[in-house]
Design a protein around this ligand. Structure first.
Ligand code: NDP
Length: 282
């Protein structure tokens, strides 16, 4: 039976460390602040944004949630970002995605000043991650790395397989594992013999968005299995991309859903906000 990697517990530990750091920063006159912009009424986004605000409050980070109507014009959103770029008490800016269809997501991300881009989605920050010269790491992949490291798992020299190649999870995940000296294979929807490739993994990170897709026969005995997926089943329950019941019989370590990668994402956002504040106050 696999060891369970408890994302809630690890996330709580890191948030305690962050709260201490915030105190120390404030004592030096540095006050980290995060602005979160939400456009429209998407219920899932509303929940995420509320959770981000609450998490800031818990660790002593100043936060502002800016709610804009669905009908907001792209220029208005860009003007708001400009205003936040110029405000000293705002160290980090996050625009909750997805945006309404009439707004160009890429233009919005590009408008955030790179030193305040705490999601690390901008071209500048993605480029910095690629060459390993970064301040911010994208929150979800960075959370995965923390889960692995804080579980005492060695990454160097291991065979890592990442399933999924999105810009926000799969690709940066592969890069972070590569920087940690794993040998990395990236799989996607056109990969041939996916099960065979997955079975080569000492560390298997799955981010595809398909409920219970990775089954026990696709996992090497003793492997570390990290499930990034978040899927709603017909009964409303949250489930990952990995068939937890089956895979936990084979894997050495496994993250549950919920309670694995999920709690780490916001924690890493808090960390990035501190990094931003520190850099802006150098
Ligand atoms: P995307 O839809 O952007 O990307 C999915 C990726 O999976 C694509 O690269 C796609 O390949 C690949 N894929 C799809 N089907 C298959 C298949 N049958 N075999 C192999 N590869 C496949 O998703 P995201 O990266 O944004 O998210 C992935 C999952 O992670 C979702 O469930 C999402 O909800 C969750 N998530 C969780 C977060 C958290 O905080 N825990 C944060 C972000 C995401 P191709 O490129 O060829 O189309």
């Amino acid at each position: 039976m696999a060891n369970i990697i408890d994302g809630k517990k690890i996330s709580a530990q890191i948030r305690t460390e962050i709260a201490e750091e915030v105190k120390a920063m404030k004592a030096q006159g540095i006050h980290p602040g995060l602005a979160v912009i939400i456009v429209g009424e998407d219920p899932a986004s509303q929940v995420y944004v509320r959770n981000k605000g609450r998490a800031c409050e818990e660790v002593g980070i100043y936060s502002e949630i800016i709610r804009m109507p669905e009908s907001t014009a792209e220029e208005e959103l860009l003007a708001k970002i400009d205003e936040l770029n110029a405000r000293r008490e705002i160290s980090g800016i996050l625009v909750q995605l997805p945006l309404p269809r009439h707004i160009n997501e890429a233009a919005v991300i590009a408008a955030i000043s790179p030193e305040k881009d705490v999601d690390a989605f901008s071209e500048v920050n993605v480029g910095k991650i690629m060459i390993g010269n970064h301040h911010f790491l994208p929150c979800t992949p960075a959370g995965v790395m923390e889960l692995i490291r804080r579980s005492g798992i060695e990454i160097e020299g291991k065979q890592a397989v990442v399933v999924g190649r999105s810009n926000i999870v799969g690709k940066p995940q592969a890069m972070l594992l590569l920087h940690a000296n794993a040998t990395v294979t990236v799989c996607h929807s056109r990969t041939k013999n996916l099960a065979e490739v997955c079975r080569t993994a000492d560390i298997l990170v799955v981010a595809i968005g398909k409920a219970d897709f990775i089954t026990a026969d696709m996992v090497k005995p003793g492997a570390v299995v990290i499930d990034v997926g978040m899927n709603r089943k017909a009964d409303g329950k949250l489930t990952g991309d990995v068939d937890y019941a089956g895979v936990s019989e084979v894997a050495g370590y496994i993250t549950p859903v919920p309670g694995g990668v999920g709690p780490m994402t916001i924690t890493m956002l808090l960390k990035n906000t501190l990094t931003a504040a520190r850099e802006q106050n150098k």
